[in-house]
Ligand binder design. Structure first.
Ligand SMILES: O=P(O)(O)OC[C@@H](O)[C@@H](O)c1c[nH]c2ccccc12
Length: 263
């Protein structure tokens, strides 16, 4: 079992839901990466999805797109993010999952990228623009470096495809809860239960729900569909605005506490 899967199962055994915040690496400057990761792990997140800024983030809504622009303006790149992680990897206690589009990986060079991931203690990778059919090359290069390739399942995937993706995904299955791009949503489709039940049944590894989750109540309701949640845009905004209490309240909800945390 991989480190990433183990971290999620540990939370499950404690009767909680996994909570994975997404951050835009270097939003506020590369020097913010270390304190942000240390703060998040201190409040008990399960893993951290570390987003790499990119000029053409096709799956992202305005919140993450703008955070990416801020990071790019500060000179943040895939290369210097991985180098920074390597610099403080002894202090990192939760699995890190890098989320990047394929272009920066290609520009880095796949082999060199894999080595840099290992040096930075990266445990998982999400590359949304590499479809399942093309993903062998990622597993072949990254698995030997101890990095899981996490696959996304969309709401519109037919059953055979859901089964294929669940069988190929590593660490966890990323179940996308909306049709569309990242960003907070007021409501979700009401037939999510059936979709998640089929997905959880088909998946030998944990299933986490992500996209559109922005309130403690949604952490609870979406978390209940599977093994936990991934929260991006709301975390990015809260960190940008310095509202850490909001982040704490979301984490507390994943542990069954639905009131503002006083940590
Ligand atoms: O921002 P949201 O709606 O909370 O969704 C999570 C998401 O941000 C994060 O997992 C993510 C950011 N960019 C992505 C691109 C593809 C898949 C996932 C992502």
């Amino acid at each position: 079992m991989t480190t990433l899967q183990q971290a999620i199962l540990k939370v499950k055994e404690a009767g909680h839901k996994a909570f994975v915040p997404y951050i835009m690496a270097g939003d506020g400057g590369l020097e913010t990466l270390k304190p942000t990761i240390l703060k998040l792990q201190a409040i008990g997140v399960t893993a951290i999805e570390v987003g790499i800024p990119f000029t053409d983030p096709v799956a992202d809504g305005p919140t993450i797109e703008q955070a990416g622009e801020r990071a790019l303006a500060k000179g943040v790149t895939l290369r210097n993010v991985l180098a920074e992680l390597a610099f403080f990897r002894e202090d990192i206690t939760v699995p890190l999952v890098v989320m990047t589009y394929f272009n920066p990986v290609l520009a880095y060079g796949l082999e060199a990228f894999g080595i840099a991931c290992a040096a930075g203690g990266v445990k998982g990778l999400i590359v949304p623009d590499v479809p399942l059919e093309e993903s062998d090359i990622l597993r072949e290069t990254l698995n030997p470096q101890g990095v899981d390739i996490v696959q996304l399942v969309s709401l519109t995937s037919p059953p055979e495809r859901i089964a294929k993706i669940a069988a190929a995904s590593q660490g966890f299955v990323y179940a996308v809860t909306v049709n569309g791009i990242t960003g907070a949503r007021a409501s979700f489709a009401n037939d999510l239960e059936g979709h998640f039940a089929r997905l959880c049944e088909a998946s030998p590894i944990p299933v986490l729900a992500g996209f559109g989750i922005s309130t403690p109540e949604q952490v609870v309701s979406m978390g209940a569909l599977g093994d936990g949640v991934i929260v991006g845009s709301t975390i990015v905004t809260a960190l940008h605005e310095g509202d850490f209490a909001k982040v704490e309240a979301l984490v507390a909800a994943s542990k069954g506490v639905l009131e503002k945390s006083t940590l």
